[in-house]
Design a protein around this ligand. Structure first.
Ligand code: NAP
Length: 263
Protein backbone atom coordinates (compact mmCIF):
# COMPACT_ATOMS: atom_id res chain seq x y z
CA UNK A 1 0.00 0.00 0.00
CA UNK A 2 1.27 3.48 -0.87
CA UNK A 3 2.60 5.47 2.05
CA UNK A 4 0.34 8.38 1.13
CA UNK A 5 -2.96 6.47 1.40
CA UNK A 6 -5.52 7.16 4.12
CA UNK A 7 -4.32 4.05 6.03
CA UNK A 8 -0.63 4.97 6.28
CA UNK A 9 -0.07 2.79 9.36
CA UNK A 10 -1.62 -0.41 7.98
CA UNK A 11 0.32 -3.41 9.29
CA UNK A 12 1.97 -1.42 12.10
CA UNK A 13 1.62 -2.22 15.80
CA UNK A 14 1.50 0.70 18.25
CA UNK A 15 1.69 0.83 22.03
CA UNK A 16 0.09 3.86 23.66
CA UNK A 17 0.83 4.33 27.36
CA UNK A 18 -1.75 6.24 29.34
CA UNK A 19 -4.18 5.15 26.63
CA UNK A 20 -7.17 4.70 28.92
CA UNK A 21 -8.43 8.27 28.72
CA UNK A 22 -7.62 11.80 27.62
CA UNK A 23 -4.84 12.39 25.11
CA UNK A 24 -3.75 8.73 25.09
CA UNK A 25 -7.23 7.47 24.24
CA UNK A 26 -7.42 9.98 21.36
CA UNK A 27 -4.00 8.81 20.12
CA UNK A 28 -5.18 5.19 20.21
CA UNK A 29 -8.22 6.12 18.13
CA UNK A 30 -6.27 8.16 15.57
CA UNK A 31 -3.56 5.52 15.11
CA UNK A 32 -6.17 2.75 14.82
CA UNK A 33 -8.10 4.75 12.22
CA UNK A 34 -4.81 5.15 10.33
CA UNK A 35 -4.61 1.35 10.14
CA UNK A 36 -2.38 0.47 13.11
CA UNK A 37 -3.15 -2.30 15.57
CA UNK A 38 -3.00 -0.75 19.02
CA UNK A 39 -2.09 -1.82 22.53
CA UNK A 40 -3.71 0.48 25.07
CA UNK A 41 -1.75 0.51 28.34
CA UNK A 42 -2.37 2.16 31.72
CA UNK A 43 -3.08 1.11 35.30
CA UNK A 44 -6.89 1.40 35.25
CA UNK A 45 -7.97 -1.87 33.68
CA UNK A 46 -11.58 -0.76 33.23
CA UNK A 47 -10.49 2.30 31.21
CA UNK A 48 -8.06 0.51 28.89
CA UNK A 49 -10.60 -2.26 28.31
CA UNK A 50 -13.28 0.31 27.48
CA UNK A 51 -11.02 2.05 24.94
CA UNK A 52 -9.95 -1.27 23.38
CA UNK A 53 -13.58 -2.48 23.28
CA UNK A 54 -14.70 0.68 21.49
CA UNK A 55 -11.91 0.36 18.94
CA UNK A 56 -12.67 -3.30 18.31
CA UNK A 57 -16.35 -2.36 17.97
CA UNK A 58 -15.34 0.06 15.21
CA UNK A 59 -13.52 -2.77 13.40
CA UNK A 60 -9.96 -2.08 14.56
CA UNK A 61 -7.44 -4.42 16.18
CA UNK A 62 -6.92 -3.31 19.78
CA UNK A 63 -5.99 -4.80 23.13
CA UNK A 64 -5.85 -3.39 26.64
CA UNK A 65 -2.80 -4.43 28.66
CA UNK A 66 -2.43 -3.14 32.24
CA UNK A 67 0.86 -1.44 33.00
CA UNK A 68 2.44 0.89 35.53
CA UNK A 69 5.15 2.61 33.49
CA UNK A 70 7.11 3.48 36.63
CA UNK A 71 7.53 -0.21 37.49
CA UNK A 72 10.24 -2.01 35.45
CA UNK A 73 8.61 -5.43 35.91
CA UNK A 74 5.27 -4.12 34.77
CA UNK A 75 6.87 -2.59 31.65
CA UNK A 76 8.62 -5.91 30.92
CA UNK A 77 5.25 -7.64 31.19
CA UNK A 78 3.74 -5.05 28.81
CA UNK A 79 6.53 -5.79 26.33
CA UNK A 80 6.05 -9.55 26.67
CA UNK A 81 2.28 -9.38 26.18
CA UNK A 82 2.53 -6.85 23.35
CA UNK A 83 4.96 -9.16 21.52
CA UNK A 84 2.13 -11.72 21.31
CA UNK A 85 0.58 -9.38 18.73
CA UNK A 86 3.74 -8.73 16.70
CA UNK A 87 6.73 -6.40 16.69
CA UNK A 88 5.93 -3.02 18.15
CA UNK A 89 6.68 -0.38 15.49
CA UNK A 90 5.32 2.67 17.30
CA UNK A 91 5.56 3.80 20.92
CA UNK A 92 3.50 6.74 22.11
CA UNK A 93 4.89 7.40 25.59
CA UNK A 94 2.00 9.44 26.88
CA UNK A 95 1.43 8.28 30.46
CA UNK A 96 1.98 11.17 32.82
CA UNK A 97 0.93 12.83 36.02
CA UNK A 98 0.98 16.39 37.29
CA UNK A 99 0.73 18.26 40.54
CA UNK A 100 1.64 21.73 41.72
CA UNK A 101 3.45 23.14 44.73
CA UNK A 102 5.71 26.01 45.66
CA UNK A 103 9.25 24.61 45.62
CA UNK A 104 9.80 25.33 49.31
CA UNK A 105 6.83 23.10 50.14
CA UNK A 106 7.53 20.47 47.47
CA UNK A 107 7.40 17.01 49.05
CA UNK A 108 10.32 14.78 48.00
CA UNK A 109 7.98 11.78 47.61
CA UNK A 110 5.79 13.70 45.19
CA UNK A 111 8.84 15.00 43.27
CA UNK A 112 10.07 11.40 42.95
CA UNK A 113 6.62 10.14 41.92
CA UNK A 114 6.41 12.70 39.11
CA UNK A 115 9.87 11.79 37.84
CA UNK A 116 9.21 8.05 38.16
CA UNK A 117 6.15 8.24 35.89
CA UNK A 118 6.98 11.14 33.56
CA UNK A 119 10.69 10.51 33.01
CA UNK A 120 11.67 7.00 34.14
CA UNK A 121 8.44 5.67 32.62
CA UNK A 122 9.39 7.09 29.21
CA UNK A 123 12.90 5.62 29.52
CA UNK A 124 11.67 2.17 30.60
CA UNK A 125 9.10 1.93 27.80
CA UNK A 126 11.61 3.12 25.22
CA UNK A 127 14.20 0.62 26.42
CA UNK A 128 11.59 -2.14 26.17
CA UNK A 129 10.36 -1.39 22.65
CA UNK A 130 13.27 0.24 20.84
CA UNK A 131 15.26 -2.99 20.22
CA UNK A 132 12.40 -4.41 18.11
CA UNK A 133 12.21 -1.21 16.06
CA UNK A 134 15.98 -1.19 15.48
CA UNK A 135 15.91 -4.85 14.44
CA UNK A 136 13.09 -4.08 11.99
CA UNK A 137 14.84 -0.96 10.69
CA UNK A 138 11.68 1.11 11.15
CA UNK A 139 10.11 2.75 14.15
CA UNK A 140 8.44 5.80 15.61
CA UNK A 141 8.73 6.99 19.20
CA UNK A 142 6.53 9.94 20.16
CA UNK A 143 6.80 11.24 23.70
CA UNK A 144 3.99 13.35 25.06
CA UNK A 145 5.86 16.11 26.86
CA UNK A 146 4.29 19.53 27.45
CA UNK A 147 4.85 23.19 26.70
CA UNK A 148 5.99 23.10 30.35
CA UNK A 149 8.96 21.18 28.95
CA UNK A 150 9.90 24.25 26.92
CA UNK A 151 9.25 26.98 29.48
CA UNK A 152 8.82 27.26 33.23
CA UNK A 153 5.82 28.31 35.27
CA UNK A 154 5.20 29.14 38.90
CA UNK A 155 4.31 26.21 41.19
CA UNK A 156 5.00 23.54 38.55
CA UNK A 157 8.77 23.14 38.98
CA UNK A 158 8.61 19.35 39.42
CA UNK A 159 6.29 18.80 36.47
CA UNK A 160 8.14 21.30 34.29
CA UNK A 161 11.54 19.78 35.16
CA UNK A 162 10.20 16.31 34.32
CA UNK A 163 8.94 17.45 30.92
CA UNK A 164 12.23 19.28 30.17
CA UNK A 165 13.89 15.93 30.93
CA UNK A 166 11.60 14.16 28.45
CA UNK A 167 12.62 16.64 25.76
CA UNK A 168 16.32 16.16 26.54
CA UNK A 169 15.85 12.40 26.37
CA UNK A 170 13.98 12.75 23.07
CA UNK A 171 16.71 14.89 21.50
CA UNK A 172 19.54 12.59 22.57
CA UNK A 173 17.83 9.36 21.56
CA UNK A 174 16.86 10.86 18.21
CA UNK A 175 20.54 11.31 17.41
CA UNK A 176 21.48 7.88 18.78
CA UNK A 177 19.16 6.06 16.34
CA UNK A 178 19.14 8.53 13.46
CA UNK A 179 20.73 6.17 10.93
CA UNK A 180 18.56 3.18 11.81
CA UNK A 181 15.10 4.03 10.46
CA UNK A 182 13.68 5.10 13.82
CA UNK A 183 12.58 8.64 14.62
CA UNK A 184 12.08 10.04 18.11
CA UNK A 185 10.03 13.17 18.66
CA UNK A 186 7.92 14.88 21.29
CA UNK A 187 4.65 16.79 21.30
CA UNK A 188 4.24 19.70 23.69
CA UNK A 189 0.64 20.66 24.35
CA UNK A 190 -0.62 23.60 26.32
CA UNK A 191 -3.67 22.97 28.52
CA UNK A 192 -5.82 20.18 27.04
CA UNK A 193 -9.38 19.36 28.01
CA UNK A 194 -8.72 16.18 30.04
CA UNK A 195 -8.91 14.99 33.65
CA UNK A 196 -5.46 16.50 34.22
CA UNK A 197 -6.78 19.96 33.40
CA UNK A 198 -9.89 19.39 35.53
CA UNK A 199 -7.41 18.80 38.36
CA UNK A 200 -5.63 22.10 37.52
CA UNK A 201 -8.96 23.95 37.50
CA UNK A 202 -9.84 22.43 40.89
CA UNK A 203 -6.49 23.57 42.28
CA UNK A 204 -7.07 27.15 41.10
CA UNK A 205 -10.58 27.09 42.58
CA UNK A 206 -9.18 25.78 45.88
CA UNK A 207 -6.29 28.23 46.07
CA UNK A 208 -7.96 31.41 44.78
CA UNK A 209 -11.65 31.04 45.58
CA UNK A 210 -12.51 31.71 41.90
CA UNK A 211 -15.46 29.77 40.51
CA UNK A 212 -14.84 27.00 37.99
CA UNK A 213 -15.56 29.13 34.92
CA UNK A 214 -13.18 31.86 36.08
CA UNK A 215 -10.53 29.25 36.87
CA UNK A 216 -10.85 27.79 33.36
CA UNK A 217 -10.56 31.35 32.09
CA UNK A 218 -7.15 31.66 33.76
CA UNK A 219 -5.93 28.65 31.78
CA UNK A 220 -7.56 29.86 28.56
CA UNK A 221 -5.80 33.21 28.86
CA UNK A 222 -2.42 31.41 28.79
CA UNK A 223 -2.87 30.77 25.08
CA UNK A 224 -2.94 33.54 22.46
CA UNK A 225 -5.95 31.65 21.07
CA UNK A 226 -7.66 32.07 24.47
CA UNK A 227 -8.75 28.46 24.68
CA UNK A 228 -8.02 25.04 26.08
CA UNK A 229 -7.00 22.50 23.45
CA UNK A 230 -8.68 19.23 22.44
CA UNK A 231 -7.10 15.80 22.84
CA UNK A 232 -7.77 15.23 19.15
CA UNK A 233 -5.49 18.13 18.23
CA UNK A 234 -2.64 16.45 20.07
CA UNK A 235 -3.48 13.04 18.61
CA UNK A 236 -3.41 14.57 15.12
CA UNK A 237 0.19 15.76 15.64
CA UNK A 238 1.18 12.39 17.10
CA UNK A 239 -0.24 10.70 14.01
CA UNK A 240 1.67 13.10 11.74
CA UNK A 241 4.93 12.16 13.47
CA UNK A 242 4.15 8.45 13.04
CA UNK A 243 3.47 8.81 9.30
CA UNK A 244 5.93 7.04 6.97
CA UNK A 245 6.59 10.38 5.25
CA UNK A 246 7.63 11.99 8.57
CA UNK A 247 10.96 10.17 8.41
CA UNK A 248 12.95 13.42 8.21
CA UNK A 249 11.37 14.84 11.36
CA UNK A 250 13.61 13.73 14.22
CA UNK A 251 14.44 15.07 17.67
CA UNK A 252 11.72 17.72 17.42
CA UNK A 253 9.26 19.02 19.98
CA UNK A 254 6.01 20.01 18.30
CA UNK A 255 4.23 22.68 20.31
CA UNK A 256 0.42 22.77 20.35
CA UNK A 257 -0.40 25.87 22.38
CA UNK A 258 -1.84 28.39 19.94
CA UNK A 259 1.44 30.28 19.68
CA UNK A 260 2.31 31.13 23.29
CA UNK A 261 5.76 29.59 22.98
CA UNK A 262 7.38 30.18 19.62
CA UNK A 263 10.45 27.99 19.12
P1 NAP B 1 -5.13 12.13 32.03
O1 NAP B 1 -6.48 12.25 31.44
O2 NAP B 1 -4.95 12.23 33.50
O3 NAP B 1 -4.53 10.74 31.52
C1 NAP B 1 -3.29 10.27 31.98
C2 NAP B 1 -3.13 8.83 31.51
O4 NAP B 1 -1.85 8.36 32.00
C3 NAP B 1 -4.19 7.93 32.08
O5 NAP B 1 -4.54 6.94 31.15
C4 NAP B 1 -3.48 7.31 33.27
O6 NAP B 1 -4.07 6.06 33.58
C5 NAP B 1 -2.07 7.17 32.73
N1 NAP B 1 -1.08 6.99 33.76
C6 NAP B 1 -0.81 7.80 34.82
N2 NAP B 1 0.14 7.25 35.57
C7 NAP B 1 0.49 6.08 34.99
C8 NAP B 1 1.40 5.05 35.28
N3 NAP B 1 2.19 5.11 36.39
N4 NAP B 1 1.50 4.00 34.45
C9 NAP B 1 0.72 3.92 33.36
N5 NAP B 1 -0.17 4.85 33.02
C10 NAP B 1 -0.29 5.92 33.84
O7 NAP B 1 -4.14 13.20 31.43
P2 NAP B 1 -3.84 13.68 29.93
O8 NAP B 1 -4.06 15.13 29.92
O9 NAP B 1 -4.48 12.82 28.91
O10 NAP B 1 -2.26 13.46 29.95
C11 NAP B 1 -1.57 12.67 29.01
C12 NAP B 1 -0.16 13.23 28.83
O11 NAP B 1 -0.25 14.54 28.31
C13 NAP B 1 0.63 13.35 30.13
O12 NAP B 1 1.96 12.96 29.93
C14 NAP B 1 0.57 14.83 30.44
O13 NAP B 1 1.65 15.27 31.22
C15 NAP B 1 0.57 15.40 29.04
N6 NAP B 1 0.05 16.78 28.95
C16 NAP B 1 -1.23 17.04 29.35
C17 NAP B 1 -1.68 18.35 29.27
C18 NAP B 1 -3.07 18.74 29.72
O14 NAP B 1 -3.33 19.95 29.83
N7 NAP B 1 -3.97 17.82 29.97
C19 NAP B 1 -0.86 19.35 28.74
C20 NAP B 1 0.42 19.02 28.34
C21 NAP B 1 0.86 17.72 28.44
P3 NAP B 1 -4.00 5.36 35.02
O15 NAP B 1 -4.10 6.45 36.05
O16 NAP B 1 -5.15 4.44 34.97
O17 NAP B 1 -2.70 4.64 35.06
Amino acid sequence: MSESTHKPLEGRLAVITGGGRGIGAACAQFLAEAGASVVVAARSTDQIEAVADDLRGAGHRAWGIPCDVADPESVDELARRSAEHGTVDILVANAGIASSSPVVRQELDEWNRIFAVNVTGVFLCTRAFLPGMLAAGWGRVVNVASVAGKMGGPYIAAYSASKHAVIGFTRSLALEVATQGVTVNAVCPGYVDTDMTVQSVDTIVGKTGKDEEAARGVLEQMSPQRRIFRSEEVAHQVLQLCHPLAEGVNGQSVIIDGGAFQA
